[in-house]
Design a protein around this ligand. Structure first.
Ligand SMILES: [Fe+2]
Ligand SMILES: [Fe+2]
Length: 537
């Protein structure tokens, strides 16, 4: 793969040094409670924190930078420039707020959307407001088309590195250790497979989000961290489906729906189309229930709050997905379709289990339109499948059919590879005792009785697991890197995947697994191959 910096730009190390950004640190100034401070002073005003970057729908030209402040501020804005020429362009940031239902705290977020950027280019930026010191970061835009390879990374289920409030939410030191481990690999972007910080089970959800972003800004201020919403982003009471915090804090590519803004979206990076889904819409599992919120959100019962939101979009997400997949699969510019989602279609752990709702709703579309790769989380370990397509003969559980037997080299033109990368840092890692030997697949097939006051229990079945290619029973924490080559000699394109794992309490993430996904480029891409060969060999 080609991860070299472009010749006309400074290296990432040089940029960091030149711009004085070696630590893209969050200023510690003025962490006053937003419940107490409604309006900032012009002098000594609270400044930006929790800075993070996102790609727009076209990663080669669109980026959004987002941050929060502990109180309302004046003239939030971003200064943008190239490392070689300093800051020039200034962009106004939009303010978006929400009030946390549990505590009544108001949260202020700001979002600067940047358009018309140059592809494969390093930019530097500062975010600031009147009366406060600026906070700096940088990002690199994606290459255009098949002009160059790149690396990206992925994990889910991180939580936070230290307890907040009464410590009701999950945390481990690994939730902190994994951030520099990702940053060391210098990915172009990071896919975050849901269950970000578990604010929905915390007694201090606003502080939990702040801890999450302030922990991750070491990397997320320097490269897009692109999320999907997991079941723990559903904070019952915060908006109709509990996603108001998630929706307010991120500025994600438009999906055409104000109501479900950010819940699902897509972007193009190189010749890859990435699609982010919200699986709570289709999952049977009642995964967002929080006894603490039930007991402490004011007027919970009176408001009709309900954490169980299966079917909430009334098919809107599924219709959007089919349109999106049809467009991507017929595009001459797209060679790979990657889905980032939270709950899983296959799992061999007796932990939470895969969900039949995903098999019923998503997998037929993934088969029809040739999705290459799914990255997910929810199960707190690492596991991956062979390419799968279709359903095993006679299977009432819709068990997917494996289309290959080589765990080291996969042809995704034959089926979709599914990866569970759920070891971001949650304190309840999948225990070794959850894995059968030899192993079964575990599937949630229905739920028992429940209501907004009482969580529905999952009802599971087991199945043969010929789809299972590899699982890591040793290291519960980890992430994966993906080295993408848009075209190779012989007319193929590939993604080489490496899984890095670590034990609880260990800061060193070492290589644990490696495999290659490779497929032929279609005839329609031959022209592009020849045209781009000189720049991407
Ligand atoms: Fe999780
Ligand atoms: Fe989850």
């Amino acid at each position: 793969m080609d991860t070299k910096e472009p010749g006309h730009e400074l290296s990432r190390r040089q940029v960091l040094s030149t711009a004085g950004l070696a630590a893209v640190a969050v200023p510690l100034a003025v962490r006053r409670s937003p419940a107490l401070v409604r309006q900032a002073d012009v002098t000594g005003a609270p400044g930006p924190e929790q800075v993070h970057v996102q790609f727009g729908a076209d990663a080669s030209s669109q980026v959004a930078v987002s941050w929060a402040t502990p109180a309302a501020v004046s003239k939030p804005r971003l200064r943008l420039g190239l490392a070689s020429s300093g800051f020039g362009r200034q962009v106004h940031a939009d303010e978006r707020t929400y009030t946390e239902a549990l505590t009544g705290e108001k949260v202020w977020t700001y979002h600067a959307r940047l358009h018309g950027l140059h592809p494969d280019t390093h930019y530097v930026y500062e975010v600031l407001n009147d009366g406060a010191a600026p906070v700096s970061g940088m990002f690199r835009t994606g290459p255009r088309g098949r002009s160059g390879g790149f690396r990206f990374t992925s994990f889910g289920d991180q939580s936070i590195p230290a307890p907040v409030g009464q410590g009701l939410g999950p945390w481990t030191v690994n939730a902190g250790f994994i951030v520099p481990a990702v940053e060391r690999l210098n990915p172009l972007f990071h896919l975050f497979n849901g269950d970000l910080c578990y604010a929905n089970v915390s007694d201090a959800p606003v502080a939990t989000w702040a801890s999450f972003f302030n922990n991750n800004t070491r990397s997320a201020a320097n490269r897009p961290w692109m999320p999907c919403a997991g079941n723990h982003e559903n904070e019952v009471g915060n908006g109709p489906q509990g996603y108001l915090s998630y929706q307010t804090r991120f500025a994600l590519p438009d999906n055409g729906s104000d109501k479900f803004r950010g819940n699902w979206y897509a972007f193009t990076v190189g010749s890859i189309r990435v699609i982010s889904l919200n699986n709570d819409d289709v999952c049977l599992q009642d995964g967002a229930f929080s006894a603490y919120r039930r007991d402490h959100v004011p007027n919970y019962a009176f408001n009709g709050d309900n954490p169980y939101i299966n079917g909430y979009s009334s098919g809107q997400q599924k219709r959007w997905l089919e349109r999106e997949l049809a467009r991507a699969s017929s595009s001459d510019d797209i060679d790979w379709i990657i889905v980032c989602m939270h709950q899983v279609a296959m799992s061999s752990a007796h932990f939470k289990g895969a969900d039949l709702g995903i098999r019923q709703n998503w997998l037929p579309l993934f088969d029809k339109y040739g999705v290459d790769l799914v990255v997910a989380g929810h199960e707190h370990h690492f596991e991956r499948t062979f390419p799968v397509r279709g359903v095993m003969s006679g299977s009432t559980l819709l068990t997917p059919t494996a289309q290959g037997t080589n765990p080291s080299l996969m042809d995704t033109s034959k089926g979709t590879v599914h990866m569970i990368i759920g070891g971001g840092g949650h304190s309840s890692a999948t225990p070794v005792s959850a894995f059968d030997m030899p192993h079964d697949g575990v599937l949630i097939t229905s739920i028992g009785p429940g209501d907004p006051q009482t969580q529905h229990p999952s009802i599971t079945s087991t199945e043969p697991a010929p789809w299972s290619a590899y699982r890591d029973l040793q290291t519960p924490y980890g992430f994966a890197s993906f080295d993408f080559v848009p075209h190779e000699a012989g007319g193929t394109t590939s993604i080489t995947v490496t899984h890095y794992g670590a034990d609880l309490g260990a800061s060193v993430y070492s290589k644990r697994d490696r495999f290659v996904m490779r497929k032929s480029l279609g005839q329609r891409h031959q022209h592009d191959q020849l045209a781009g060969a000189a720049t991407t060999s």
